[in-house]
Design a protein around this ligand. Structure first.
Ligand SMILES: [Mn+2]
Length: 339
């Protein structure tokens, strides 16, 4: 964030405002953590704040301090639309384009108030009066920490803010192991622990929450894994039938794709998940090194994200989507062999 942007942000926040803080559709730990932490901080500055999400978030995040007060657009359209329309400032966190909020995006596009974007995804849109975008950052939660720092507010970080930021950074960095984890990330984490984040409890609350159904579904996913050695690629499929047989709940398949990437020699991992209700196939891409799944997802599967983690979708059936995927791979053979 440059000085002018910081100055604008400071002026906008110089007296009490009605503020709405919004994360992306299908919110993850970083979206929820960053929004809740920022909202707590803004309350301490004397603002009237409310966190909104387009739709519901996974069970394993439903203990984060303040999450019980999050309003969902999907459940409460009238109230959330009113809040958005009456807001003096709208913070949009952890996404780079208004359409990442799904249908809520069409409401946001009509709003004429001040937007402030804090985000680490590539190629941000320019709807905000303040755009704090940094694709080198581990997470939006880390950026919220730096934002608080720039506003000289580090002393205001309490256990609730620290816990949310810690959870956001931890989930977006695969527990501090992705390349985006910097020395600064670890310094931020150290300070958050000093401010009251209970690191061990946070890890347990988020990771040790498997249901027997989820573990068995993981077994099916691993059984379905296909390895394409010549492309250093491994992919997993899960059909609606398989999901139903294991009482699939939102968030159950989170992290499955990373198992493929843990195989020696694999640099490109993909999971295809059938969604009969929306008649689409949802896709998650992960990579190692310089193979850009952001580019791959953007070019072929209506998606995008980061260099090493991206999402996409296809209107085709599970089978046809996988077939299409395999037909594209030869174009990337060279890149995959030199990732
Ligand atoms: Mn993020």
């Amino acid at each position: 964030m440059n000085d002018t942007a910081l100055q604008t942000a400071k002026e906008l926040l110089s007296h009490s405002k009605k503020i709405v803080v919004i994360g992306h559709k299908n919110p993850d730990g970083d979206a929820i953590g960053s929004c809740l932490a920022l909202s707590f901080f803004l309350k301490k500055l004397g603002h009237d704040t409310q966190v909104l999400m387009p739709n519901d978030f996974p069970e394993f995040l439903k203990w984060l301090p303040g999450c019980e007060n999050i309003l969902l657009f999907e459940k409460d359209r009238e109230e959330t639309t009113k809040l958005v329309n009456e807001a003096d400032i709208i913070f949009t966190l952890d996404f780079n384009a208004l359409n990442r909020t799904g249908e809520l995006g069409t409401v946001l596009e009509k709003v004429t108030t001040h937007f402030i974007m804090i985000d680490h995804h590539q190629q941000p849109d320019s709807y905000a009066v303040v755009t704090y975008s940094d694709v080198t950052m581990s997470s939006t939660s880390e950026m919220v920490y730096h934002f608080i720092d720039k506003l000289e507010g580090l002393k205001k970080i309490d256990a609730s803010i620290a816990t949310n930021l810690y959870a956001g950074i931890m989930t977006d960095t695969g527990s501090f192991r992705f390349p985006s984890t910097s020395a600064t990330t670890h310094k931020v984490i150290a300070h958050l622990i000093e401010c009251g984040a209970n690191n061990s409890a946070i890890h347990q609350n988020i990771f040790d929450t498997n249901s027997p159904d989820r573990m068995k579904l993981l077994g099916v996913a691993l059984e379905n894994m296909v390895i394409l050695e010549e492309y250093h690629t491994a992919y997993i499929t899960l059909s609606q039938k398989e999901l139903d047989a294991h009482n699939f709940r939102k968030g159950d398949t989170e992290g499955f794709v990373n198992y493929s990437l843990s195989i020696k020699g694999i640099v490109f991992a993909v999971i295809f998940i059938e969604n009969k209700q929306e008649s689409i196939t949802k896709i998650s891409f992960r990579s190692k090194g310089n193979f850009s799944v952001n580019e791959f997802a953007r070019t072929h599967f209506h998606g995008g994200g980061h260099t090493n983690a991206a999402g996409g979708r296809s209107e085709k059936s599970l089978k046809a989507t996988v077939k299409e995927f395999i037909s594209i791979l030869p174009k990337y053979k060279n890149a995959l062999n030199h990732a």
